[in-house]
Write a protein that binds this ligand. Structure first.
Ligand SMILES: NC(=O)C1=CN([C@@H]2O[C@H](COP(=O)(O)OP(=O)(O)OC[C@H]3O[C@@H](n4cnc5c(N)ncnc54)[C@H](OP(=O)(O)O)[C@@H]3O)[C@@H](O)[C@H]2O)C=CC1
Ligand SMILES: CC(C)(CO)C(=O)C(=O)O
Length: 316
């Protein structure tokens, strides 16, 4: 295969972008093979420009990585080839609006985010280029701006073909990422995996945020386990009505998957809600379930109840 990818830019250096961006920047540092650049704002930009990006992870002895370049504004990046979009859902639309005029027919966008409708959200704004639907597992968070902490299992990405450009083969990108030590799986259709992740993150995310409890604490508390289970039943009814290929035992499988996380792992929604952030991904999880419930005529009482409780500030 001819090598065509020469540049890759990571947008957002938080838990996800900081983890995967670090691996790519360290692997391709001073390399002719791939130019890895970052886009970060405010204090993150200043810190990473001066000291490099720090990743505290048992996977890396050397905790510092330097990108080939770092930009403060999306408008500053040269013609993009591959963009890893690693922002929270509430920043996605703004990022897409800023990227819109930069993207050409060959630009590849890989959103590393939670949520089942990220592809549609991007496509609403950016109609050209290639968008690879994906889901991601990693327990990492911002310790301080420019310093990301990773605990537990190695991060993992599943990505699939762009439904709008099914002939685009992402293998070259996959190989570049694998060579940086990233666990990445390429499938024709990533949507069953994206929904599978949604079962886990929407249910555990909402319950962990509502009660300020870790994944392990939810599993060991029957009342919280029950709430997560009821939310998953609602997602299951939606997935079935939307003809998403998910296994019949999805709920049991999700509890099994959850048990593989270290006991004290918080979810990213929990961390944002606990920190009293003005914006959170509540809409991406409960909001999406409620919207699907409405449009498909399905009851989503438990998701609605927990959404309202979190909105009302009941988080203990
Ligand atoms: N953290 C985790 O363990 C996991 C998270 N996810 C999902 O991945 C996605 C990303 O989450 P996560 O990495 O945790 O989020 P974080 O909040 O940790 O990081 C997002 C980063 O994006 C930056 N950002 C936002 N807009 C811009 C912009 N225009 N230019 C430059 N930087 C920008 C933010 O900057 P600033 O700091 O200045 O706000 C922040 O540093 C979410 O959808 C999340 O649900 C999925 C799996 C695991
Ligand atoms: C639970 C976890 C860390 C698993 O990847 C996650 O996806 C999140 O918090 O958003």
């Amino acid at each position: 295969m001819n090598k065509t990818i020469k540049k890759l830019t990571v947008i957002g250096l938080g838990g996800v972008g900081g983890y995967f961006g670090f691996k790519l920047a360290q692997r391709y540092s001073n390399s002719e093979e791939l130019n890895v650049s970052f886009v970060a704002r405010g204090e993150t930009y200043t810190t990473v420009k001066e000291k490099g990006l720090t990743l505290l992870s048992p996977e890396h002895e050397n905790p510092i990585a330097h990108p080939a370049a770092i930009y403060q504004q999306l408008t500053d990046i040269p013609t993009p080839e591959v963009l890893l979009i690693c922002v929270k859902e509430y920043d996605l639309e703004k990022v897409c609006l800023e990227l819109k005029d930069k993207v050409n027919a060959h630009t590849v966008m890989l959103p590393l985010m939670n949520g089942v409708d990220i592809y549609e959200r991007i496509r609403k704004v950016i109609t050209n280029g290639i968008v690879l639907p994906a889901c991601v597992y990693v327990a990492s968070h911002i310790k301080e701006k420019g310093i990301v902490e990773h605990k537990g299992n190695a991060g993992k990405i599943v990505l699939g073909n762009d439904p709008q450009n099914p002939a685009y083969d992402a293998q070259e990108l996959v190989d570049l990422m694998k060579s940086a030590g990233i666990d990445i799986q390429y499938k024709t259709d990533a949507f069953p995996d994206i929904w599978t992740k949604f079962f886990f993150i929407a249910s555990f995310g909402l319950v962990s945020a509502r009660y300020s409890r870790s994944i392990g604490q939810i599993i060991e508390t029957p009342e919280l386990q029950q709430r997560a289970s009821l939310i998953m039943e609602e997602i299951k009814a939606i997935a079935i009505k939307k003809n998403i290929q998910i296994p019949a035992e999805i709920i049991a499988n999700t509890f099994q998957k959850a048990a593989t996380f270290p006991y004290a792992t918080p979810t990213s929604l929990q961390l944002d809600v606990q920190a009293g952030k003005e914006y959170t991904e509540l809409e991406l999880f409960a909001g999406a379930i409620m919207d699907y419930g409405k449009s498909l005529g399905l009851p989503v009482l438990e998701s609605t109840r927990i959404y309202e409780e979190i909105k009302a500030g009941l988080i203990r």
